[in-house]
Design a protein around this ligand. Structure first.
Ligand code: NAP
Length: 587
C-alpha cells in the first residue's frame, strides 16, 4: 500500500513470511520510531552502531534499509494531533519488524498509554525481556555474571486487561450485586473491582513461544512462574496449561523437571528442554541466590512486569535492559525506559536499552554475527570505563562521554577488531561448565538440589527418602532397632526371606507385635514381625494419588519401587512437610 507520510526506502525489500517462517532478504526494510524526549538522541546513536555492525559482519553484502514511522509527539505534529496514526499501525504490520524509542504518554484528555495501545491493537502478546550481565556494568550482586535469563511475559490478559470498575460507580455496583447475591462472594462494601482473566488460548500461545525460543537457542529450561497455590483457577491454570502445551506440542523435545529426576536421575538429555514451574514469590529470591537455575521464564502479565524490572536491576541494567513485543511474527523492539524529558536533546543518556533491543532485533532476523559484534564490543568499552553519566556516577575513574560519543566508542571497537570466535567459545564453555556442575549436584544430592532450587515437590520421586535402610530378615529385632536408632529412622526395609517377599518393620510393629504380643526383642527375627507384602508406589506417582494409596491401605508409609526393587520410602510426615513448606496446589 502507499502511505501519506511514510516513505519506504528505495532499494529495500520487505520481510515476508514463508511457510510460517520469517524470510529475510539481504536488504530488508526495518521500521524505526524515533520516540519522544531522549528518543532522538538514543535512536540516532543506535542506528549508527547497528549499521556499522552489519557492515562489518557482512562486508556490504547485507544492509538494513530503515523506514521512519511516526508515533508520539512527532506523529502528532505530522498527522494533525494523532499520536498513533492508522498508517503507522499499517506500516508496522506490513514491515513486520520494527524498533521504537520511548514515547510520552500525553497527560489528560483520556489518552491511553501509547505502548499499551500498540500492544493491544497489534495483539503483540509476548513481551520478551532478555536479562544478562555485561562485564564492567555496575551491579549490586556479588556474581551478576550468573544472571542470563529471557522472560516471556504475557501481554494481553491478567489484571492488566483493563476490566476494572471504580468504587461507587454504577458498573461496580452491578458487578458487586452479581458477585455477592448470585455467586455468594464475600468482600467489603464499596471495593473497586478488577477482573483477572487467564485463558488457555493466551497462555498456550505465550508458552509455545517461550519453548520454541528455548529449543532454537539451546537453552536448558523453561520455567512457568505462577502463584497457583493461591489463585488456582487463573495462575494455577496457567501452570497446568503450560505443561499440557509442552506435552502435546513439544513432547519429543521437552521433559518435565519431575522426569529429569525420576526417569533420568538428574541428567538432562542434551536435546531436551526441561519444563519446570516455580511459585512467583520464591522466584524473586531464587533469582538473587541461584540465578543460573533459570534460563527462559514464561509468566503472566503482572508477575512478568515486576520480575523483568527486578531481574534487570540485579545486573545494573534497568537503564540498559532491552525488550520486544512480539506477536506470531510481527515484532516491535523497544527501549524499556521512558522518555526522561529532563535529558531531552542533551546528548547525555545511556543508549544501552535501545542498543540491545536492536541486538535482539538482529538476532530475530537471524543476523547473529552483527548482533554478536555489538554484544562483544560493548563490555570492552564499558570495562575501559568509557561510559555515559549514569554509569560514570557509579564508577571510580570513569571517562564520561555523551550518547553520541558512547556510540562512537562502540563503533571504533567494532572496527578495530572484535574476536567473535574467542568470545563465543568462552561464553559457551562457561555455560557448559556451569551446567555440568549443576548436573553433578542433581545426580549426587537430588533432594538437596531440588529444595535449594525452589522446586515444589509433586511426586513420590521428589520427596522420598532415597536408599532406604535395609536389613536381613533373619536379624533379630533387637539389632534391627539398634540400626534404626543409629540411622535416625522410624522404619526399616526387611530383605526377602524364604518367602521371597520384601517387608517393612516400623515403630508400630514394635507396639503391636512385640509389646502387645508380649515377646522379647532378642528372640524374634524381624522377618517374623515385618509387614508384608509391601504397599508399593511408582516414583512418578503424584502426591495426591500416593495419599489415596496410603489412606486406602491404612498405613503411614509406602515404599517407592523401580522395576521391583525398593528405592525409597515416603511417609505421611514427608507429605506434611511438603504442604507445610510449599502449600498445596489442587490437581
Ligand atoms: P523514565 O523516562 O524512564 O526516566 C526515569 C529516570 O530513569 C531518568 O530520570 C533517569 O534517571 C533514568 N533513565 C531513563 N532512561 C535513561 C537512559 N537512557 N540513560 C540513563 N538514565 C536513564 O521514567 P519517567 O520519568 O517515569 O517517565 C517519563 C515519560 O516516559 C512518561 O511520559 C512516561 O509515560 C514515559 N514512559 C514511556 C515508556 C516507553 O515508551 N516504553 C516507558 C516508561 C515511561 P536519573 O534522573 O537518575 O538520571
Amino acid at each position: 500500500m502507499s502511505y501519506k507520510h511514510i516513505a519506504l526506502p528505495e532499494g529495500g525489500e520487505k520481510i515476508t513470511i514463508i511457510d510460517g517462517q520469517l524470510s529475510v532478504p539481504e536488504n530488508p526494510i526495518l521500521g524505526f520510531v524515533e520516540g519522544d524526549g531522549i528518543g532522538p538522541d538514543i535512536t540516532n546513536a543506535c542506528l549508527r552502531v547497528w549499521d556499522a555492525a552489519v557492515e562489518k559482519a557482512y562486508g556490504g553484502k547485507r544492509k538494513i534499509h530503515w523506514a521512519e514511522l511516526y508515533m508520539g509527539e512527532k506523529a502528532a505534529e505530522i498527522y494533525d494531533g494523532d499520536y498513533f496514526p492508522e498508517e503507522t499501525r499499517q506500516a508496522l504490520t506490513d514491515i513486520l519488524v520494527s524498533i521504537k524509542g520511548p514515547l510520552t504518554t500525553p497527560v489528560g484528555g483520556g489518552f491511553r498509554s501509547l505502548n499499551v495501545s500498540l500492544r493491544q491493537e497489534l495483539d503483540l502478546y509476548a513481551c520478551v525481556r532478555p536479562v544478562r550481565y555485561y562485564a564492567g556494568v555496575p551491579s549490586p550482586l556479588r556474581e551478576p555474571e550468573l544472571v542470563d535469563v529471557v522472560i516471556f511475559r504475557e501481554n494481553t490478559e491478567d489484571v492488566y486487561a483493563g476490566i476494572e470498575y471504580q468504587s461507587g460507580s454504577d458498573e461496580m455496583r452491578k458487578v458487586e450485586r452479581f458477585l455477592k447475591d448470585e455467586m455468594g462472594a464475600k468482600f467489603f462494601d464499596d471495593a473497586g473491582i478488577g477482573i483477572k482473566p487467564i485463558s488457555p488460548f493466551a497462555t498456550k500461545r505465550l508458552v509455545r513461544k517461550a519453548i520454541r525460543y528455548a529449543i532454537d537457542n539451546n537453552r536448558e529450561s523453561v520455567t512457568l512462574v505462577h502463584k497457583g497455590n493461591i489463585m488456582k483457577f487463573t495462575e494455577g491454570a496457567f501452570r497446568n496449561w503450560g505443561y499440557e502445551l509442552a506435552r502435546e506440542e513439544f513432547g519429543d523435545q521437552t521433559i518435565t523437571e519431575e522426569e529429569l529426576y525420576s526417569t533420568y536421575g538428574g541428567k538432562r538429555p542434551e536435546d531436551k528442554v526441561v519444563i519446570k514451574d516455580r511459585i512467583a514469590d520464591i522466584i524473586f529470591q531464587l533469582m538473587l541466590l541461584r540465578p543460573r537455575e533459570f534460563d527462559v521464564i514464561a509468566t503472566m502479565n503482572l508477575n512478568g512486569d515486576y520480575l523483568s524490572d527486578a531481574i534487570a536491576a540485579e545486573v545494573g541494567g534497568v537503564g540498559i535492559a532491552p525488550g520486544a513485543n512480539i506477536a506470531d511474527h510481527l515484532a516491535v523492539f523497544e527501549a524499556t525506559h521512558g522518555t526522561a524529558p529532563k535529558y531531552a536533546n542533551l546528548d547525555k543518556v545511556n543508549p544501552g536499552s535501545l542498543l540491545f533491543s536492536g541486538v535482539m532485533m538482529l538476532e530475530y532476523i537471524g543476523w547473529k554475527e552483527a548482533a554478536d559484534l555489538i554484544t562483544v564490543a560493548y563490555p570492552i568499552v564499558v570495562q575501559r570505563k568509557v561510559v555515559t553519566y549514569d554509569f560514570a556516577r557509579q564508577m571510580e575513574g570513569a571517562t564520561e562521554v555523551p550518547t553520541s560519543g558512547f556510540a562512537d566508542a562502540i563503533i571504533d571497537q567494532i572496527h578495530s577488531g572484535v574476536d567473535l570466535q574467542a568470545a563465543r567459545q568462552q561464553r559457551s564453555q562457561a555455560i557448559e561448565q556451569e551446567r555440568k556442575e549443576r548436573e553433578a549436584r542433581r545426580v549426587s544430592e537430588p533432594f538437596a538440589e531440588m529444595e535449594a532450587s525452589g522446586r515444589t515437590p509433586l511426586t513420590v520421586g521428589d520427596i522420598m527418602t532415597r536408599v532406604p535402610i535395609t536389613i536381613g530378615s533373619d536379624v533379630n529385632v533387637d539389632q534391627a532397632m539398634q540400626v534404626m536408632r543409629e540411622h535416625g529412622v522410624s522404619s526399616i526395609l526387611v530383605e526377602p526371606g524364604d518367602d521371597g517377599e520384601w517387608g517393612i518393620m516400623t515403630q508400630r510393629d514394635i507396639v503391636a507385635r512385640i509389646v502387645h504380643a508380649n515377646r522379647a526383642t532378642d528372640s524374634v527375627q524381624v522377618g517374623e514381625i515385618a509387614s508384608k507384602p509391601l504397599v508399593t508406589v511408582p516414583t512418578d506417582m503424584s502426591l495426591y494419588d500416593c495419599s489415596a494409596r496410603m489412606l486406602e491401605s491404612n498405613i503411614r508409609r509406602v515404599v517407592a519401587t523401580k522395576d521391583v526393587d525398593p528405592i525409597g520410602i515416603v511417609s505421611d510426615t514427608d507429605i506434611f512437610r511438603v504442604v507445610d513448606e510449599f502449600g498445596w496446589i489442587p490437581e
